[in-house]
Design a protein around this ligand. Structure first.
Ligand code: DGL
Length: 276
């Protein structure tokens, strides 16, 4: 039996990325895991996010035999990915892979020739400054202007869309004078805000949404890494798991995914201090 591709997010927002990957790459079997018990990650400490992420990886690698996991969550990609790759993976699953969304997103902005980039994300994503650090490594001449926008995820998740324009306008105002050429929507949920953000920033600003970036990046990764691709099972199946059944999760997941899906609750092992 072959192995699967795992998709991990702090909650249900990553379903947008899962759906986009599914429609771009149809064959490999996939498993989605959303840590709804601990969402939101965006306001938690880096240590807590690393611990939760390790448990999620244990689950995806041990229970579902994933060959590779895509961390759809920007918060995890920004503050835990390096440790997951350099400590957790090397110690526990050296033959498997964990990929994040930060570098592929920056690569997309650079491939489009942008020199002046805007970014919005959760508190933790912006605090880590990982987007800027990674950009410095690739091309230090490119400017990035970052704004943390912590109210957006709770508003999207709690029927707050009718008030969101005011909040968005407030957050985006400082970017209006920066002459940015593109804005990275650095959070799974922000794909919902594409049109609103575009209307506010004007049509000269390209909105970079990860559901339009990650599938093609994953496809080219799989083309290059045949040692992973060869191990994947190819029945076109996708399964969905969460760590808690939260109020309204079914309607939220259907809204985010775009059609009805069956989501199962799973228990994660609680491993005291295992990852310290
Ligand atoms: N999925 C997270 C991200 O992409 C946002 C939600 C959270 O705060 O957990 O940053």
């Amino acid at each position: 039996m072959g192995m699967t591709i795992g998709i991990f997010d702090s909650g249900l927002g990553g379903l947008i990325i899962a759906k986009a990957i599914r429609s771009h790459i149809t064959q490999p079997d996939m498993v989605y895991f959303g840590d709804t018990l601990h969402i939101p990650y965006g306001n938690r400490s880096a240590e807590a996010i690393y611990d939760y992420s390790c448990r999620a990886m244990d689950y995806l690698f041990n229970v579902h035999d994933c060959a590779l996991v895509i961390v759809a969550c920007n918060t995890v990609s920004a503050c835990a990915l390096r440790r997951l790759q350099q400590e957790y993976l090397i110690r526990s699953f050296p033959e498997k892979r964990i990929l994040g969304v930060v570098v592929p997103t920056l690569e997309c902005a650079i491939e489009k020739g942008y020199k002046n980039i805007g970014l919005i994300g959760t508190n933790r994503t912006i605090l880590t400054n990982v987007y800027e650090e990674e950009l410095q490594k690739i091309n230090p001449e490119i400017q990035i202007h970052q704004i943390n926008t912590p109210l957006l995820v709770p508003m999207i998740e709690n029927e707050g869309m009718q008030w969101i324009d005011k909040v968005l306008e407030h957050y985006l105002e400082p970017l209006l004078e920066k002459n940015i050429e593109c804005l990275i929507l650095g959070c799974t949920h922000y794909a919902f805000l594409k049109e609103r953000v575009s209307a506010m920033l004007g049509h000269n600003v390209d909105i970079l949404s990860q559901d339009e970036i990650i599938p093609a990046k994953l496809e080219s990764y799989l083309e290059k890494h045949t040692e992973i691709t060869e191990r994947l099972s190819r029945d076109g199946q996708i399964q969905f798991f969460v760590s808690d059944i939260t109020p309204g999760y079914q309607s939220a997941s259907e809204k985010i995914y775009g059609n009805k899906i069956e989501i199962h609750k799973t228990e994660l092992c609680t491993v005291e201090n295992k990852y310290k």
